[in-house]
Design a protein around this ligand. Structure first.
Ligand SMILES: Nc1ncnc2c1ncn2[C@@H]1O[C@H](COP(=O)(O)OP(=O)(O)O)[C@@H](O)[C@H]1O
Ligand SMILES: [Mg+2]
Length: 308
């Protein structure tokens, strides 16, 4: 399987600080790859190296086979970029922003006009195309930046925190567009939202302090990093009588009670059967497995300390 993006031991230092440290990676063509990490992890630095805005201190990276060091111009021709900060031209209308981008990529009006019509339609901005970006909501501006990145039909799309600061509706709308792009191009996105990575990405890499900490599908990451088996059991009535019973069971590591509802952490998967045996005849209203979230994985890898 050919890789659309390959990184060979990329290092980027700012003075003494290694923002990215010997980072290697291959991203399969036609997939959505998510780079997850807290503020300062090195995500934007990696995107800047891959989109040729910054030269790496050491190492090389290839986008569609073109070296970011030796063939920057070819790299820029095949990529679309949605930077962390919206950088629309506020003195041009929405449509003019897209036209300018098409012209910068050497497209003729016959090539860019139908493409722009299609993108404005897809991003729900057709009726606002003659207006200036300053009059748009954050979600609309973000959609316009995504549309702009797609005008020249890139083969690889880079999105740096595409939905940070957007309301839930706008986030979900953007997710839909990104899902629609899957397989037609390779998508490389960064985010610090676990649910976003879970919803969009074929493969996720969690990074911090310039290095990768783990990678895999959302399911693989959850399986690998959740040692606990947590069940929620809700009894009819007040459940008070069950607390002592549960705490006395040798295969129950902890019990948290909230009224008639108990969160029970088991020693392992094998403990489900004995737990059920002990609860035979109990008045159970509801029982469910609490699946670990990607957020649990993220916190267990990167710690609870708040970042600047
Ligand atoms: N231009 C710069 N000069 C000096 N340090 C920088 C520069 N850009 C980023 N950094 C530092 O590099 C580290 C990684 O930053 P960045 O790549 O922006 O992380 P992220 O996008 O994951 O939040 C941070 O410690 C940040 O302060
Ligand atoms: Mg960033």
């Amino acid at each position: 399987m050919p890789h659309a993006i390959t990184l060979h031991e990329i290092t980027k230092a700012y003075g003494g600080l290694k923002a990215v440290d010997r980072f290697s990676l291959g991203v399969e063509r036609g997939t959505v790859f998510g780079l997850l990490g807290p503020n300062g992890a090195g995500k934007t630095t990696l995107i800047k190296v891959l989109t040729t805005l910054m030269r790496p201190t050491a190492g090389d990276a290839f986008v569609e086979g073109f070296s970011v060091l030796a063939a920057g111009k070819s790299v820029r021709r095949v990529i679309g970029v949605v930077p962390q900060e919206n950088n629309l031209d506020r003195y041009l209308t929405a449509r003019e922003n897209l036209i300018l981008h098409g012209r910068l990529h050497g497209m003729s009006p016959a090539a860019y006009n139908p493409r722009i019509d299609e993108l404005l339609e897809m991003t729900g901005l057709a009726s606002r195309q003659k207006e200036f970006p300053d009059t748009f909501s954050g979600g609309m501006q973000r959609r316009l930046v995504v549309a702009r990145a797609l005008v020249h039909e890139p083969r690889v799309l880079f999105l740096d925190e595409p939905t940070t600061g957007l309301d839930p509706q706008s986030r979900r709308a953007l997710w839909e567009y990104i899902r629609g792009l899957r397989r037609r191009m390779t998508v490389f996105l960064t985010t610090h939202y676990m649910d976003e990575a879970d919803a969009l990405c074929d493969r996720i890499m969690i990074m911090d302090h310039g290095v990768s900490l783990a990678d895999g599908t959302a399911g693989e990451l959850k399986d690998a990093f959740s040692r606990a088996h947590v069940y929620e059991v809700e009894f009819r009535g007040d459940g008070a009588g069950y607390e002592a019973l549960l705490l006395a069971l040798p295969f129950v590591s902890s019990v948290e009670r909230n009224g008639a509802s108990f969160q029970i952490t088991l020693a392992g998967e094998d403990s489900i059967k004995p737990l059920m045996d002990r609860l035979v005849g109990a008045e159970i209203r509801r029982i469910c497995l609490k699946e670990p979230t990607l957020e649990d994985v993220f916190i267990s890898l990167t710690g609870e300390k708040v970042r600047e």
